[in-house]
Design a protein around this ligand. Structure first.
Ligand code: AMP
Length: 223
């Protein structure tokens, strides 16, 4: 268990389908860090029918990034709240160098900084295999995978009939998301490496092994 007596901001970086969401939930539970996912925030706005949610949907459905200005404004507002003052675990943010700079500036204005950025490293072939089979339950939102974690036929809720595919997990959107990652997000690997803040874990291991490496990377910086 990580002993945290100081504020700690951690970023999870990696291509779509690397397992950031799953790892973020487990790491947050293990460390007490607040889990902040910009994708979840946009989906919540969409469920609530806000203007921001409707705007975000037009980009999300195509596998494109929501523009930096609205994304940055939403995230900075969120980290300004009390529950984020002890730090947090960013999942899906930043996704562009501009977002990374805005986050660095906001943290430095409060005398904080990113402790570490953990890259969950997975090849393009593996990502395509994983994302192609991802489905979720229309009733409760639980995520399954047709090959790795099949829907639960014994459940009245999460059986195959209830499964839907996120618009951004459809094949044409997947190809686009991978291209967007390569063009706009992958430069962050060099950005954080140059800042001496990059740690890489092998994302092609079983989830528990990825989680263990991730925790070790956090331990290494939680002096
Ligand atoms: P995720 O759940 O992290 O895969 O995000 C789903 C979608 O939300 C992405 O494909 C983008 O369209 C949008 N999104 C999430 N986070 C960001 C971000 N930091 N910058 C721009 N768009 C984002």
């Amino acid at each position: 268990m990580i002993q945290r007596d100081a504020t700690m901001y951690v970023i999870l970086l990696g291509p779509p389908g690397a397992g950031k969401g799953t790892q973020a939930v487990q790491t947050a539970a293990a460390t007490g860090l607040l889990h902040l996912s910009t994708g979840d925030m946009f989906r919540e706005h969409l469920r609530n029918g806000t203007d921001l949610g409707n705007l975000a949907k037009t980009y999300m459905d195509r596998g494109e990034l929501v523009p930096d200005d609205v994304t940055i404004r939403m995230l900075l507002e969120r980290i300004g709240r009390t529950d984020a003052q002890a730090g947090c675990l960013f999942d899906g943010f930043p996704r562009t160098v501009e977002q990374a700079r805005a986050l660095d500036e906001a943290l430095s204005a409060q005398n904080d900084e990113i402790a570490v950025t953990v890259l969950i490293d997975v090849s393009n072939e593996e990502i395509t295999r994983r994302l192609g089979g991802r489905v979720s339950c229309a009733a409760c939102g639980s995520v399954f995978h047709n090959i790795f974690n099949p829907p639960d036929e014994s459940s009245p809720c999460c059986d195959t009939v209830n499964m839907i595919q996120r618009d951004d997990d459809k094949p044409e959107a997947i190809a686009n998301r991978l291209q967007v990652y390569a063009d706009q997000t992958e430069p962050l690997v060099a950005y954080y490496r140059d800042a001496g803040k990059l740690s890489t874990v092998n994302g092609e291991q079983p989830p528990a092994a990825v989680g263990a490496e991730l925790l070790a990377a956090l331990e290494a910086v939680s002096g």
